[in-house]
Design a protein around this ligand. Structure first.
Ligand code: F0G
Length: 482
């Protein structure tokens, strides 16, 4: 990572790129924001982006693209079968991962559909460090069960443990011994573990997991959607890899994995998905499903232009300056929050800065969705759109009871190369103001609650008039500032 010091000794995350194409933003006045939030049913997914100032909902499909990516898109080969575009993408995947068999798919969850349909049977058990929503849905849909075996430190919101995405290898061994390969078709490791705050696993941990998989004859599948963040942290935090190139760390991870899949909306900074393996038998077992659900084998539902962009984006993913930018911004946010006592997931992870809504709003019970309430409040005071990752994102159990999430987080995603440091400072400022005024924030309740994926479409209302009071205080403190 390039480290550039300032005269006063400060080290700020300095952007190693320049902005050549821009998109205008606007920040609607606070009264308008109050109205827009009510219209959106207090659900940030239902806001129109024209009413959002800083969109920190996700890093999926919204990373900035480079000049080289845009240029590559112009030379895409549109032929239905055997296109040059496919050959270039397959070549890049082989060059980086050393895997010669590649199956294209339209995005990450489409890869999960193919994997689950191929390997998961009724009664199957899939151990993983932690689930992701779409991954779990596909496994359950095919009659399987997800067993999370995260290292116990992973669920500690505040921790100094550098690899919170690690698998608990003792628990994995016990499960493999008990259930065996008849029940367990594969073990899944997720790089940059999303739902616990973008936390990495270590190379050492992956080696131990692989060792157990080999001993028990079980496949190791890697979800590499957030691989770049994990690579950054391995290089930063794992002694053995300090002097290794990103390519070498990637290859080491890849050599331990039987199958790698990823959402190219994240890894590759474009739109698409990919599965790759070095085993022809595994490739053949999945191949027909790609033609059935995605498209012909040389495009798999992706636009060829996007495939060209992914091919270049994968090269970017091997560039330390590129992969370090997001995590450095996140670390900057986390440090500022720690200084001012704002509760936040530590150590700083990838993907985004995750506020600990449970501690932030310790007066709001989980049944009143503190992370959802904090998301609504942050939009009101800053036009900032975050994503609730707590109880609202869970589903009720078979008896209709709430399933309280183990963490109540508000994710402020940092899409790669999109925001400037002054925008990030604005977010920090508004979060700090909210924290100072947190007693004004109340809970939410559903007025429309869909049975599945309620966080996408559900509509809620504030309990009482706390939002009006919050806006009143905002106006008293900020005057006519937006
Ligand atoms: N795996 C991980 C680790 C993910 O973070 C995602 C998507 C997927 C698989 C599915 O990929 O969206 O291309 O179908 N995460 C997005 C997010 C939705 O906002 O974190 P997809």
């Amino acid at each position: 990572m390039t480290t550039i010091k300032f005269m006063n000794g400060e080290t700020l995350p300095l952007e190693m790129h320049k902005v050549r194409i821009v998109q205008k933003l606007q920040l609607p006045p606070v009264e308008d924001r109050l109205q827009r939030m009510a219209e959106a049913g207090n659900n940030t997914f239902l806001l129109n982006n024209r009413d959002v100032f800083l969109d920190m909902l996700t890093d999926s499909g919204v990373n900035a693209m480079s000049d080289l990516q845009l240029a590559a898109m112009m030379r895409a080969d549109d032929s239905y079968a055997g296109s040059e575009t496919f050959t270039r993408m397959a070549g890049k995947i082989e060059e980086i991962f050393g895997k010669e068999f590649f199956l294209p798919a339209h995005q990450g969850r489409a890869c999960e559909n193919i994997l689950a349909k191929t390997f998961v049977k009724p009664g199957s058990i899939i151990p993983m460090n932690f689930h992701f929503t779409t991954t779990k849905a596909h496994i359950v849909l095919n009659g399987g069960e997800v067993v999370e075996l995260l290292h116990p430190e992973g669920l500690q919101v505040e921790s100094t443990f550098p690899f919170k995405g690690n698998m608990d290898v003792e628990a994995l061994e016990a499960l493999l011994v008990e259930k065996g390969r008849e029940k367990i078709p594969f073990v899944r490791m997720e790089a940059g573990t999303n739902l616990i705050g973008g936390q990495p696993f270590s190379l050492e941990n992956l080696r131990l997991v692989k060792g157990l998989c080999v001993r028990h004859g079980v496949l190791l599948v890697l979800d590499a959607s957030l691989l770049t963040d994990n690579l950054h942290f391995i290089k930063e935090r794992e002694e053995e890899c300090r002097d290794w190139s990103i390519r070498r760390i990637t290859r080491e991870i890849s050599d331990l994995s039987d199958i790698i899949y990823f959402s190219a909306r994240k890894l590759g900074s474009a739109k698409g998905g990919a599965i790759c393996t070095h085993r022809e038998d595994l490739f053949r077992s999945m191949r027909e499903l790609v033609t059935l659900y995605e498209g012909f084998l040389t495009y798999g539902g992706m636009s060829v232009r996007e495939m060209e962009a992914i091919t270049v984006g994968l090269d970017d993913a091997m560039d330390e300056d590129f992969i370090g930018q997001g995590p450095q911004f996140i670390e900057f946010m986390v440090k500022e929050f720690q200084k001012s006592g704002v509760p936040v997931v530590t150590p700083a992870g990838g993907l985004g800065c995750h506020l600990n809504a449970r501690a932030f709003l310790d007066h709001v019970p989980q049944a009143e969705y503190p992370a959802g309430a904090l998301a609504a409040a942050l939009y009101l005071v800053g036009g900032i759109r975050g994503m609730e990752r707590g109880t609202l994102s869970e589903q009720r159990d078979a008896e209709g009871r709430e399933v309280f999430s183990s963490m109540e987080l508000l994710r402020l995603a940092i899409p790669r190369r999109v925001f400037t440091l002054s925008q990030v400072k604005f977010v920090i400022d508004r979060v700090q103001w909210l924290h100072a005024n947190r007693h004004l924030i109340g809970g939410l309740r559903f007025v429309e609650e869909p049975k599945t994926l309620r966080f996408f479409f559900g509509r809620l209302e504030p309990l009482g008039d706390w939002q009006e009071k919050l806006v009143e205080k905002f106006k008293a403190d900020f005057g006519d500032s937006l």
